[in-house]
Write a protein that binds this ligand. Structure first.
Ligand SMILES: Nc1ncnc2c1ncn2[C@@H]1O[C@H](COP(=O)(O)OP(=O)(O)O)[C@@H](O)[C@H]1O
Ligand SMILES: [Mg+2]
Length: 250
């Protein structure tokens, strides 16, 4: 059985400095797969390489077809959407325009005929409904994260690539975001999830890979990784974000 996303021997460097050293992993259709690792491990770099935003060597296949030489917008059009670290919403555009921008990779028509997609996003995140005309930069971090997720969904991805969605957010908001992630999974969207907060991620992933300085040092299902000393090391060795209390805490 071929996986939806297959990454094989991926190497990425910044200038002459190698940062990702030949990693291989897969995301099977309909699964949530985690990329865990401390700050600086190479999670974002890996995600940007998959999205065609960084040049890399190695093979990336999506649905059996190589995508490693495609331009970023073509990769989005194939069915992969990134929710970048730090959300990167268009701060001076309205919430509605941000959502429309997410559909733009599907073509100009999709930008102008985005109503159905916007309605779906508002069903997932009703919080955004009264804010459609507001500039995205005025929103709280949590609402910007919902918007960034909604913007990615506007491209109707089969695979959602989520880079540290919990970063800097309050526990209740993190809970909201992860609730949405699991709802998307239940609707058949496959998800690649980067988190340095391993304990949080392990509650949602089916399987995960642990990255340390650009190499996969451990992998397994969440039950296995929960008892892994490598994960414990990362959890304890992480920064303030990794010690965010569990979202179910009061
Ligand atoms: N634009 C960049 N230029 C040079 N080095 C970078 C750049 N972005 C990240 N790095 C380095 O690459 C390594 C991996 O970073 P990153 O992929 O952001 O890790 P993570 O997402 O796991 O925190 C780190 O050592 C980081 O300092
Ligand atoms: Mg990162």
């Amino acid at each position: 059985m071929t996986a939806l996303l297959e990454v094989d021997d991926l190497h990425v460097r910044y200038g002459r400095i190698p940062v990702v050293h030949g990693i291989s992993f897969t995301v099977p259709e309909g699964r949530v797969v985690g990329l865990l690792g401390a700050n600086g491990a190479g999670k974002s770099t890996t995600m940007r390489a998959i999205m065609g935003q960084r040049s890399a060597t190695g093979r990336v296949r999506f649905d059996g077809t190589p995508i490693d030489s495609l331009a970023p917008h073509k990769i989005v059009a194939r069915g992969i959407a990134l929710v970048p670290e730090g959300r990167l919403v268009f701060k001076t555009l309205t919430v509605e325009k941000n959502l429309r921008m997410g559909a733009y990779a599907l073509g100009r028509t999709a930008f102008w005929q985005a109503e159905a997609g916007i309605d779906e996003v508002l069903t997932l995140f009703p919080e955004l409904k009264p804010l459609l005309r507001r500039e995205a930069g005025e929103l709280s971090g949590g609402l910007q994260q919902m918007l960034a997720l909604g913007r990615a969904l506007m491209a109707r991805p089969r695979l959602l690539v989520l880079d540290e969605p919990s970063l800097g957010l309050a526990p209740l908001v993190i809970e909201r975001i992860y609730e949405a992630v699991l709802l998307l999974k239940s609707r058949g969207t496959s998800i690649l999830l980067a988190e340095q907060n391993a304990r949080l991620a392990l509650r949602s992933v089916d399987y995960a890979y642990v990255l340390q300085t650009g190499q996969i040092v451990e992998q397994g299902d969440s039950e296995f990784l929960r008892s892994s000393s490598r994960v414990e090391e990362i959890y304890l060795g992480g920064d303030v974000e990794s010690s965010t209390p569990s979202p179910t805490a009061s």
